[in-house]
Design a protein around this ligand. Structure first.
Ligand code: BES
Ligand code: MN
Ligand code: ZN
Length: 498
């Protein structure tokens, strides 16, 4: 597995071993503690030679001079110190982690010219290091170190020196809980479908019980009893039975209505009988990115003991081609009683969510529901990899989500819903069909979901372009990004706690 850095916090002192990392502000200026750090002089000489100006994200590395007990010195540009928001600190942590290389011991002097690094900022810095260090390596049996030697990956020991280490440690417990949630989501998305079926996915969710989450796993039999014909229709072509997982974190007041999150958990989407082209089909192991985000979020909320009642529901199924698979033209009855004509078996995510959303609303009467799903290729056509599509029947919820996304830089772009779009999924033979026309595919998919939420405030996030295969950045180098975990944690933090 990935070897994550082992992070602790300490008071300022001249680093003695391994790699020392300091920040530089604009004009390559160092803070007091950084300037005092031995042997800072080697550094200051290197700045003009390296044309280092302290620009955000830039770095300079020098070997420690003779006589020093250190090995390396690295300066990381922080840019305009006054403009550093929480995400900037996360990114700085990522930039620093990229400099770890093969170091076994690293000391980060978290000090800036003219401004003290707060405990929360030091904690974000540390969380950024964790997120950047993640890589999915569990199936790499050769750990080639470049010299032909096999070296077991040892976690790097990182000490972050800052003004108030005790407060930073406390703040980091919270930030780490969220980072772990992101890592869990990434692991689930990256895991291949032969290993991660619906039952296995439910097993991972079950592990959240250790954190105090109540986890129920509904089997096929129970779903049949509930009348979940839409979800079960998708699952019937797979040799592996479906699971519906209900996670509850009760950290709020006992009579407070819960907030609810619902995830599409298609562990593999072959398209079914409306089969997908072979090229790129392997990416459909990530078609459970919504369920992964919900599971990662529940981990984060429980691990940081969020003061909120939250429900997480994931529909785990596999969409396969088989003698028993559902056919185009089949009509299924959803738990809501509404009938659906399945015109394309590849529009399966909405069928899974239809029953998961209905069940969630029916059982919990939540304050709101947010669903996450790698639902349509069309959202990638519309928004690329830079934004997830946001659809909502409630402006306040939509605005809160967009604001949380701006904070965590998991950006959302709202797209419309409306009667004229809704009409496009009326069916001749049933209450609705599972595809609209050729155009506005992400919108008709969202209209479909809306038919299963009644008047409950609801938002749908189409994360097909952001959950996997998006460009790597300072805090993510992995195919599965864990998109949505930090976003929804922020939503809860900003609006629904206490
Ligand atoms: N899981 C796919 C959507 C998807 C595509 C996710 C690419 C990530 C990357 C979804 O189940 C699907 O197949 N959607 C169809 C809908 C169509 C049949 C109406 C699509 O987008 O083509
Ligand atoms: Mn599909
Ligand atoms: Zn799908």
């Amino acid at each position: 597995m990935t070897s994550m850095p082992n992070i602790s916090f300490a008071k300022f002192a001249s680093p003695k071993k391994g790699t020392a990392i300091v920040f530089a502000g604009e004009g390559a200026s160092l803070g007091e503690a950084a300037a005092a750090c031995d042997p800072g002089k080697a550094f200051v000489r290197a700045f003009p030679v390296a044309e280092f100006s302290g620009k955000s994200g830039s770095t300079v590395e020098v070997l420690a001079p003779e006589g020093s007990s250190l090995e390396r010195l690295v300066a990381v540009g922080a840019g305009k110190v006054a403009e550093l928001d929480d995400y900037a600190w996360l990114k700085l942590g990522g930039t620093i982690a990229a400099q770890f290389r093969k170091a076994s011991e690293v000391t980060v002097v978290a000090d800036l010219p003219g401004s003290e690094v707060s405990a929360a900022q030091a904690a974000s810095l540390a969380a950024g290091m964790l997120l950047r260090s993640y890589s999915f390596e569990k199936y790499k049996t050769r750990k080639d170190d470049g010299n032909g030697k096999e070296t077991p990956a040892k976690p790097v020991k990182v000490t972050i020196q800052c003004a108030d280490p005790a407060a930073a440690k406390k703040a980091f417990a919270d930030a780490q809980a969220v980072a772990e949630g992101v890592v869990l989501a990434r692991d689930l998305v990256n895991e291949p479908a032969n290993v991660l079926g619906p039952v296995e996915f439910a097993g991972h969710a079950k592990e959240l019980e250790k954190l105090g989450v109540k986890v129920e796993v509904l089997t096929e039999k129970e779903m049949k009893k509930l009348g979940m014909g839409a979800l079960l229709g998708v699952a019937q072509g797979s040799a592996r039975p479906p699971r519906l997982v209900v996670m509850q974190w009760n950290g709020g007041k006992s009579k407070d209505k819960p907030v609810a999150f619902v995830g599409k958990g298609v562990v593999f989407d072959s398209g079914g009988v409306s089969i997908k082209p072979a090229s790129g089909m392997e990416d459909m192991k990530g078609d459970m990115g919504g369920a992964a985000a919900v599971t990662g979020l529940m981990h984060a909320l429980a691990a940081r003991k969020a003061k909120v009642n939250a429900v997480g529901i994931i529909g785990c199924v596999e969409n396969m081609v088989d003698g028993n698979a559902q056919r185009p033209g089949d009509i299924v009855t959803s738990m809501s009683g509404q009938t659906i004509e399945v015109l394309n078996t590849d529009a399966e995510g909405r069928l899974v969510l239809a029953d998961a959303l209905w069940y969630c609303n029916d059982r919990f009467q939540p304050k709101f529901m947010v669903d996450l799903a790698t639902l349509t290729g069309a959202v990638i056509v519309a928004l690329g990899h830079g934004h997830a599509g946001l659809f909502s029947n409630n402006d306040e919820l939509a605005e809160r989500l967009a604001a949380a996304g701006a904070t965590t830089q998991e950006k959302l772009w709202r797209l419309p819903l409306g009667k004229d779009y809704d009409k496009l999924i009326d069916s001749k033979n049933a209450d609705m069909k599972n595809i609209g026309g050729r155009h506005g595919g992400s919108i008709t998919a969202a209209q479909f979901l809306q038919r299963f939420v009644k008047d409950t405030p609801w938002a749908h996030l189409d994360i097909a372009g952001t959950a996997m295969g998006s460009p790597t950045n300072e805090i993510n180098q992995s195919w599965g990004s864990g998109f949505g975990v930090r976003l929804l944690d922020q939503l809860v933090r900003d609006n629904y706690e206490g």
